[in-house]
Design a protein around this ligand. Structure first.
Ligand code: DQA
Length: 145
């Protein structure tokens, strides 16, 4: 089994970006956490971070036939980018949505996700640990009961 973990804009700045909200853990450290979780579960991971919408969309298109499911933190695109939604739905891959911060404790605009209603599940507010939980939940869903 193979999964993709997709990270949207500005997540490359984790570690120094608004630490009161996102903490001090870097994206590279989150990638290590995800890879360790995936290894324990016996699955392969494709990891991507992009600040470029076109690259992000094309990466989603290219996942079809290569992975079985997706964990996605679309960052700010979560709150209104229908192209990212359409790409995920277009390739027909099940996805778990994850966010480091608790969106519901932030500005009203962040309480809206254009991805959440079609996600397998939604995790937010648990920091980096949420990524590991998302991987575990996705793989559990893909493997079935
Ligand atoms: C985020 C929350 C988004 O609102 C924000 O734009 C991000 C990160 C999170 O992981 O908490 O860039 O997706």
């Amino acid at each position: 089994m193979r999964i993709a973990v997709l990270n949207g804009p500005n997540l490359n700045l984790l570690g120094t970006r608004e630490p009161a909200i996102y903490g001090h853990v870097t994206l590279a450290e989150i990638e290590s956490l995800v890879r360790a979780e995936a290894k324990a579960l016996g699955v392969e991971v494709e990891w991507l971070q992009s600040n470029h919408e076109v690259a992000f969309l094309e990466a989603i298109h290219a996942l079809r036939g290569r992975v079985d499911g997706v964990v996605v933190n679309a960052a700010a695109w979560t709150h209104g980018n229908l192209a990212v939604r359409d790409a995920l739905l277009g390739v027909g891959l099940p996805y778990v949505e994850v966010h480091l911060s608790n969106l519901f404790a932030r500005e009203p605009e962040r309480r809206v996700s254009v991805l959440a209603d079609r996600a397998v599940g939604f995790i937010c507010g648990l920091g980096p640990a949420g990524y590991g939980l998302a991987v575990r939940a996705l793989v559990g869903r893909l493997r079935g009961p």
